[in-house]
Design a protein around this ligand. Structure first.
Ligand code: FE2
Length: 261
């Protein structure tokens, strides 16, 4: 595997996804959004609604296609998740293309399983920031194997909220775990080590670029303050040889995980 990935904890691969695939994902996401019943959204997301329905909607989304909205702008989509790659034929085809399978092997996944997919909108002036985190906080295996494939569907830069990363900081410990507890979730502190004092790097990329993110790499993104969208598609993979924690928020009792075939 490339020395860059081992050293930095991320790897930038320009021109990875063909323009036709970027077009297809964007068109399909627009179709899915158009087919979504906003009445349902109001029930689940209205600020008056008790948190319980919202928790359920989220917790059951691991094996479904569900729609999430910006907290500050309840009519604006934030993301669609989290089983697009298994339940939607367009996302399935593009997520399981041989080049992605080869890349998963190259970054060390021996028996890659496609665990989670998200279509992220981050629309102009609305798309909010995502704070510093490690993906292994949310998707935990023992040992840690979660690996993110982040694909730019629009050019991404500092103005529209590109990824930010702390290069090399994937060699530090996992700080938190976000897990199921009863009918809800909790965030548990497991290591108080501060993020290292390295300068955050903005990962400015063109449409079609794929960024591989190590599961322990601290990363974030700013709000979209531009007049341009910053759509992205993310896939999170794990190794089937690692054990998947029973208290991860994402559980798929009715939909077994699959690899690339
Ligand atoms: Fe992340």
């Amino acid at each position: 595997m490339s020395g860059d990935y081992a050293r930095d904890g991320f790897l930038v691969l320009p021109d990875f996804l063909p323009a036709g695939d970027c077009d297809a994902l964007q068109a399909r996401a627009a179709e899915l959004m158009a087919g979504f019943d906003p009445g349902r959204a109001r029930t689940v997301f209205s600020t008056r609604d008790q948190g319980h329905a919202r928790d359920r909607y989220f917790l059951d989304s691991g094996g479904a296609i569900r729609f999430f909205f910006e907290e500050e702008a309840p009519d604006a989509p934030n993301k669609i998740g989290h089983a697009l790659h298994d339940l939607d034929p367009v996302f399935d085809r593009i997520s399981r293309q041989p080049r992605l399978a080869a890349l998963a092997r190259e970054v060390g996944l021996v028996r890659p399983l496609l665990l989670q997919s998200m279509y992220i909108f981050k629309n102009p002036g609305i798309g909010g920031e995502v704070g510093w985190h490690q993906d292994a906080t949310f998707l935990h295996t023992t040992p840690v194997t979660v690996t993110g494939f982040w694909i730019a569907l629009d050019d991404a830069d500092r103005e529209n909220g590109c990824l930010l990363a702390l290069p090399g900081a994937h060699r530090g410990p996992l700080r938190q775990r976000f897990r199921r507890s009863g009918d809800g979730t909790v965030t548990e502190e497991i290591d108080a080590t501060l993020w290292p004092a390295v300068e955050p790097v903005p990962i400015e990329v063109r449409r079609g670029t794929l960024v591989v993110l190590h599961g322990l790499l601290p990363h974030a993104s700013s709000a979209n303050r531009s007049s341009r969208p910053r759509h992205a598609y993310t896939l999170h993979l794990i190794d089937g040889h690692a054990s998947y924690d029973a208290d991860n928020w994402l559980q798929r009792p009715d939909l077994p995980l699959r690899g690339f075939t």
